[in-house]
Design a protein around this ligand. Structure first.
Ligand SMILES: [Cu+2]
Length: 249
């Protein structure tokens, strides 16, 4: 039948067109190599099965891979927060630098009396000291006339620094001023820097932190007649009760 025809056409397998001859040629391949066709079919099936198997296996792999991928997205976010954290740390470092600057310059640690009430000249002399060991002044009440007052403050302690700070009010103001001093201590990273800035609200006079045995003299204009609290702003001392009252008559 067409068996031979196709066979004869084999050379023409490249086919001249889409005629029936094509179909014949397809079959011809099979007829010409009967065993080959069978082998091809088996091979195709085998390949198909293998392919299917691979597809399934690969599919499974993909699933796992996908599952693995899911965690990956989780990992990146974890990394991202880390990056921001690093970024945040940088700003912190930057902030620390400005803080270091004052410390490095030692300008952050006062060496002279400061505050709006500090004045030049001399006035009514008064003296004040500290206890040798306790965190207290040796006088918790001082009375002065209104006007200029010249205070000589001595740190009589054996091993602790102290200072003297006069505030325009009582405990409430003293607490706020002391807080400002603590902030300075943190900013300068030094207990010696624990002195309120000159523009601290409620501050009248502040002397620098004195080493044991040191003293300082400061003249200031008293506030109007009334009672005013004075404290030591060394970290922890005011809280411990290192304070007194200045009575202006
Ligand atoms: Cu003190």
């Amino acid at each position: 039948m067409s068996w031979k025809a196709p066979g004869g056409f084999r050379p023409r397998s490249p086919r001249p067109g889409g005629s029936s001859g094509d179909t014949g040629s397809v079959f011809s391949g099979g007829s010409a190599g009967g065993p080959s066709l069978l082998a091809l079919i088996i091979a195709a099936l085998a390949v198909g099965l293998v392919g299917l198997g691979l597809a399934v296996a690969f599919g499974g792999g993909m699933s796992q891979s996908t599952a693995t991928t899911a965690p990956q997205p989780t990992t990146p976010p974890a990394v991202l927060p880390t990056a921001p954290a690093t970024a945040a740390a940088q700003p912190t470092t930057a902030a620390a630098q400005p803080t270091s600057a004052p410390t490095g310059g030692a300008a952050g640690i006062p060496t002279e009396p400061l505050g709006p009430a500090v004045a030049s000249g001399s006035g009514t002399p008064i003296e004040l000291g500290t206890d040798v060991a306790l965190l207290i002044f040796n006088q918790d009440r001082i009375t002065v006339p209104s006007g200029l007052v010249t205070l000589t403050f001595k740190n009589l302690a054996e091993a602790v620094q102290h200072n003297w700070v006069l505030v325009d009010g009582g405990d409430d103001v003293a607490t706020a001023v002391n807080d400002a001093a603590q902030a300075q201590s943190r900013a300068t990273r030094s207990a010696a820097g624990s002195v309120p800035p000159a523009d601290t609200p409620g501050l009248l006079v502040a002397v620098p932190m004195l080493d044991p045995g040191a003293q300082v003299t400061v003249t200031f204009q008293t506030p109007p007649p009334g009672t005013y609290e004075y404290i030591c702003t060394f970290p922890g001392h005011y809280v411990a009760g290192m304070k007194g009252t200045l009575i202006v008559q």
